[in-house]
Design a protein around this ligand. Structure first.
Ligand code: IMP
Length: 428
């Protein structure tokens, strides 16, 4: 049995990780988010109540689990507190079950304004971000000028650090733009007033997790976004600014790699992407629109329509290698029920040569073509099925084909948003 497991998005995010984490969390003691921020939107449905979680780990909806927010996240305290209130108002008591790393970075108002200005300046080359200030906050972290949750413990420390950063930002703003100058003391005071409410949740998450693991407690590490949006390994620069792939679980929580037993990748039975950037198997036109409508493929955070397309084998193999996936979870199988034929991208054609490697360069990704294998559709409902044997034969064949192509076994198949609309194929 795997003691500590990472759940990672194997595609471009929105794979349905919320439901998967919620389902698996039953068997773990602690659920720890390791990167990203409120750009994520993890949907969990419990007894008909829908929760859209942005910063809180999906495990928080289970009343006996500890929810941990790791140092790898970037946090807007106001959004976090609103989210806690939202979940509690829906009847889930969080109380002492939430722990936030005192090394996580704080999103300040200037991060969001910086992002909006940067996206506008990029014009057609814009990344299509979620406008939550995620990228600029990680920039400040890497630039060693970020403010961290732990800085809130002492207002004078917070005010001083805030003053230094603001002076830096104002220097830049006056050099580059005729921007409005920031006033450090006002900012520090108004921000601190709200942000200090997260103080009771702050802790040394690495110390906590390692101690609990020593005691034999099981940890489920929850990734946000997906491998193809990882800052290093995704379709750079059309990526998010954090380590979304499984490697981020270690740096993002302060747990050593050898403590983690397995990585499970989550992928839709097809593919989607939000925002700009390469999407090799994108289905333009009516086919993509049909999937969008059937799958409700609109951003949980921004409401933006998601770009839809077909399962991409080279991308899945790339993700399997990067994360060393031990198992795959395939979600939203039922969304393909209506199709007579289902294309699967099996190989790329790059300048006349076939390859199953995922190119590192945007230019190559943009000019290459995809070779498809067309699988027969099953054209009957799989919605809510919870036994593999009850799936239509063609749906079983489709799943077997994905396993053969990707080289990773499927452990779970999801056939609807509810907990019981799940096929468990392997004991995890
Ligand atoms: P950012 O994370 O807001 O900086 O956005 C960078 C890119 O990642 C954009 O293309 C976003 O649409 C995408 N992105 C960020 N978070 C998510 C997510 O949770 N699901 C899917 N795409 C995301």
């Amino acid at each position: 049995m795997w003691q500590n497991v990472v759940i990672v998005g194997a595609q471009w995010g929105d794979e349905g990780k919320g439901k998967v984490v919620d389902a698996l969390a039953e068997h773990f003691d602690i659920v720890a988010r390791y990167q990203g921020g409120a750009n994520a939107g993890h949907t969990v449905v419990v007894n008909g109540t829908k929760f859209v979680l942005q910063l809180l780990p999906a495990g928080v909806v289970r009343p006996d689990k500890i929810a941990v927010i790791g140092n790898g996240l970037v946090i807007n305290p106001e959004s976090l507190l609103e989210e806690v209130a939202r979940v509690e108002n829906a009847g889930v008591v969080i109380g002492q079950r939430l722990m936030v790393s005192d090394r996580a970075h704080l999103i300040l108002p200037y991060h969001r304004s910086h992002e909006v200005a940067a996206e506008q300046a990029r014009g057609v080359g814009k990344i299509g971000t979620t406008a939550k200030g995620i990228g600029p906050c990680y920039e400040d972290k890497a630039g060693r000028r970020g403010l961290r949750t732990g800085d809130l413990r002492d207002f004078e420390v917070f005010r001083r650090k805030c003053g230094e950063v603001v002076a830096d930002k104002n220097r830049l703003a006056s050099a580059l733009f005729a921007g409005t100058m920031l006033e450090a003391d006002d900012l520090a005071e108004s921000y601190y007033e709200k942000a200090r409410c997260i103080l009771p949740y702050l802790a040394d998450v690495s110390a906590y997790l390692n101690t609990e693991m020593d005691r034999g407690r099981r940890v489920l590490f929850e990734g946000a976004q997906g491998t193809m949006l990882d800052l290093d390994h995704g379709t750079y620069p059309f990526v998010t600014s954090s380590s979304a792939a499984a490697g981020g679980a270690c740096t993002g929580t302060g747990v050593g790699p050898t403590r983690i037993d397995a990585v499970v990748g989550v992928s839709k039975a097809y593919a989607t992407r939000v925002g700009s950037g390469p999407f090799p198997t994108e289905a333009l036109g009516i086919e993509g629109e049909k999937i969008r409508e059937r799958g409700g493929e609109y951003g949980a955070v921004t409401g933006r329509p998601r770009r839809c397309g077909w399962f991409d084998v080279p991308a899945a193999r790339y993700s399997a290698r990067l994360n060393h996936l031990k198992a795959l979870v395939i979600t939203k199988l039922d969304i393909l029920d209506h199709l007579a034929e289902i294309p699967v991208g099996v190989e790329y054609d790059l300048d006349g040569c076939g390859t199953t490697e995922f190119p590192s360069e945007i230019a190559a990704l943009e000019r290459m073509k995809v070779r498809y294998r067309v699988m027969p559709g099953w054209q009957e409902s799989t919605h809510g099925i919870s036994e593999f044997a009850q799936l239509p034969q063609k749906a079983q064949d489709y799943l077997h084909f994905l396993v053969d192509q990707v080289g990773v076994e499927i452990a779970v198949v999801s056939t609807g948003p509810q907990r019981d609309q799940t096929i468990w194929m392997k004991e995890l």
